[in-house]
Design a binder for this molecule. Structure first.
Ligand SMILES: CC[C@@H](C(=O)O)C(=O)SCCNC(=O)CCNC(=O)[C@H](O)C(C)(C)COP(=O)(O)OP(=O)(O)OC[C@H]1O[C@@H](n2cnc3c(N)ncnc32)[C@H](O)[C@@H]1OP(=O)(O)O
Ligand SMILES: [Co+2]
Length: 144
């Protein structure tokens, strides 16, 4: 599959890792020497508590479920701890969603939701992306 891309590359923003315990899952990354990226955050509408570690231009995002309905809880029950999603950075989320929809992509939901640290995110369905849950993430723009 090849889609013409009018905007730019989509760099890897982060890799999401599902865990039942943020502190336990943090230990190997701390030992590896990855620095924390900001504070932990709880996102009730996603049913997760999140902690991130920086690796170059990208992050490792640890996700712990906080509600029975959390997608991380069902993932842990079904597959156990481990790689959950990859996130690609976009500069214009709605334009990217429109482009992919026109090309037949399948979204979990194409309505942007709030992500970590003021980002906006949408998820492409893992059944569409060869068994990989793909997040598109747009960072807030900072105007002086
Ligand atoms: C911190 C906030 C934010 C950020 O800023 O970065 C986040 O990252 S939030 C992360 C948590 N939120 C989400 O994951 C939201 C999007 N995900 C979903 O809505 C659901 O997880 C899902 C993808 C729609 C799956 O939900 P559901 O259909 O209820 O789950 P099932 O267990 O029934 O799975 C159906 C089917 O899909 C496979 N699956 C599920 N999750 C994944 C996955 N992460 N990667 C690959 N495949 C996945 C699952 O195995 C099932 O397949 P079959 O077994 O073949 O039926
Ligand atoms: Co994410």
């Amino acid at each position: 599959m090849s889609l013409p891309h009018p905007l730019k590359d989509l760099p890897l923003d982060h890799i999401g890792v599902a865990t039942p315990d943020l502190d336990a899952a943090s230990a190997p990354f701390e030992l590896l020497g990855l620095p924390r990226d900001g504070d932990d955050e709880e996102l009730s509408h996603q049913g997760v508590r999140v902690r991130a570690f920086r690796s170059g231009e990208s992050l490792v995002e640890l996700l712990e479920p906080t509600t029975p309905e959390s997608p991380i809880r069902s993932f842990l029950e079904r597959r156990g701890p481990g790689l959950h999603h990859l996130a690609l950075r976009v500069t214009r989320l709605e334009a990217e969603v429109a482009r992919l929809k026109a090309a037949g992509a399948r979204f979990v939901s194409d309505a942007p939701r709030g992500g970590r640290h003021g980002t906006r995110v949408v998820f492409l369905h893992p059944k569409w992306a060869g068994g990989v849950l793909v997040e598109l993430v747009e960072h807030p723009t900072h105007t002086p």
